[in-house]
Design a protein around this ligand. Structure first.
Ligand SMILES: Nc1ncnc2c1ncn2[C@@H]1O[C@H](COP(=O)(O)OP(=O)(O)O)[C@@H](O)[C@H]1O
Ligand code: SF4
Ligand SMILES: [Mg+2]
Length: 373
């Protein structure tokens, strides 16, 4: 994209997603995997997208990158990148975006890498496909990329097959491939879930360092609020294909309003203990995306749910703090929520969360949390 360096004046959002919907037609009906998501991304910003498995995070990321192009996929809404509408573009037209402007690091490095091709060749082929460089230039660049992602002895390692590397090393190679053409946006979709805890830290720190050095923007997708707590500038919480809460990170942790966000917070051991000892898994299961409940999708699992919640869908609306939005009839911490919670408790409903309003976490909690992305 020629206006790459100049297309965004100041730090206005250069990626603007509006009312994005991705629905899949399956024999049982229509799966509304992403159902009206809007978001914005600025240069150098990290946006965290958080939600349980099946909430639509991967489909959303792939839809923004237009990687969901296929027969049973129906995507509507708008994805504007530097003012250019991406929805409707064919795969061929997306070639100038993929790798060069937007790149993705996936959960499992083994499925991203070709097991029978040396990692160096996978990097050099990527470089030569996108950039006009000679074989020897590509090899030299590949070695430098491997060095930048902290692969020891890259001159030797470049000739390894993926199986000759550890899981953490393979993910570093995937990050090197994603960074190879200097994308402006890196999507990291649960990039450390397949790795053990110490390696998770290293990979998350590597991503953060690379992002800063390159002044790149990042969309960090995770099921674990702890992963994005100290890393994202803004967090979007997804449930059943929709955004249920959205806020600058500090605001979200200080003033979270959606019961689902509160439940996600309480399901993180490292944040929830020892100060928040009433750690709990979230009751129940996410809704059927073909036949979602008529009112609030979270109502069957929500400790604050009242009759209104089962009948009327809450709309994403602004809170009192700039940038904070949530979709809930009885927001956490309000007298209405406390009354709703007490009514459910008195009625003997299976309420597992603590009473509303004590979900704040300290800065210490945020920086010490790690978890798996
Ligand atoms: N190709 C597909 N066809 C039908 N349903 C799909 C397809 N891809 C994803 N889904 C469904 O969309 C929902 C969201 O999936 P996904 O975005 O992968 O969730 P997450 O990344 O948050 O775990 C899930 O219910 C999943 O089963
Ligand atoms: S209080 Fe009602 S609207 Fe809010 S999340 Fe719970 S069920 Fe949904
Ligand atoms: Mg996913």
């Amino acid at each position: 994209m020629s206006e790459r360096a100049t297309g965004t004046a100041g730090n206005e959002p250069f990626l603007v997603v509006e009312d994005l919907k991705t629905h899949f037609t399956v024999p049982a009906g229509t799966v509304k995997a992403v159902d009206g998501v809007s978001l914005e991304l600025r240069r150098g910003q990290t946006l965290g997208i958080v939600g349980e498995s099946g909430s639509g995070k991967t489909v959303l990321s792939r839809s923004i990158m237009r990687l969901n192009i296929g027969g049973n996929v129906h995507t509507t809404g708008s994805v504007r990148y530097d003012g250019r509408e991406l929805i409707g573009l064919k795969a061929k037209e997306m070639q100038s975006i993929w790798g060069l402007e937007m790149a993705m690091v996936f959960q499992d490095p083994m499925t991203s890498l070709n097991p029978v091709v040396k990692v160096g060749r996978q990097l050099t082929e990527h470089l030569r496909f996108h950039l006009n460089v000679s074989k020897s230039e590509a090899r030299q660049t590949a070695i430098e990329l491997l060095r930048s992602v902290k692969i020891p002895e890259p001159e030797t390692r470049i000739d390894n097959y993926p199986h000759e590397m550890s899981g953490g090393m393979r993910q570093r190679v995937c990050i090197a491939i994603a960074l190879a053409c200097g994308p402006r946006v890196l999507f990291a979709d649960e990039p450390t879930t397949a790795l053990d805890v110490t390696v998770q830290h290293q990979i998350l720190n590597l991503l953060a360092t690379q992002q800063k050095e390159r002044f790149m923007s990042m969309i960090m997708v995770t099921h674990d609020l702890g992963v994005v707590a100290g890393r994202a500038d803004e967090i979007i919480v997804m449930y059943a294909g929709k955004v249920v809460e959205k806020a600058p990170t500090a605001t979200l942790f200080a003033e979270m309003k959606h019961p689902y966000t509160e439940a996600l917070l309480r399901s993180i051991p490292k944040i929830a203990q020892p100060k928040h000892s009433r750690l709990s898994a979230i009751l129940g299961r996410p809704p059927d995306l073909i036949n979602p409940p008529p009112g609030c999708s979270f109502a069957p699992r929500c400790p604050y749910a009242q009759q209104r919640c089962h009948e009327e869908k809450p709309v994403l609306s602004p809170g009192s703090t700039p940038g904070h939005q949530f979709a809930c009839h009885f927001p956490v911490g309000t007298p209405e929520a406390r009354e709703a919670f007490d009514r459910n408790l008195a009625a003997g409903l299976p309420v597992t969360l603590a009473a509303a309003g004590d979900s704040k976490v300290s800065d210490d909690d945020l920086v010490t949390s790690a978890g798996g992305a």
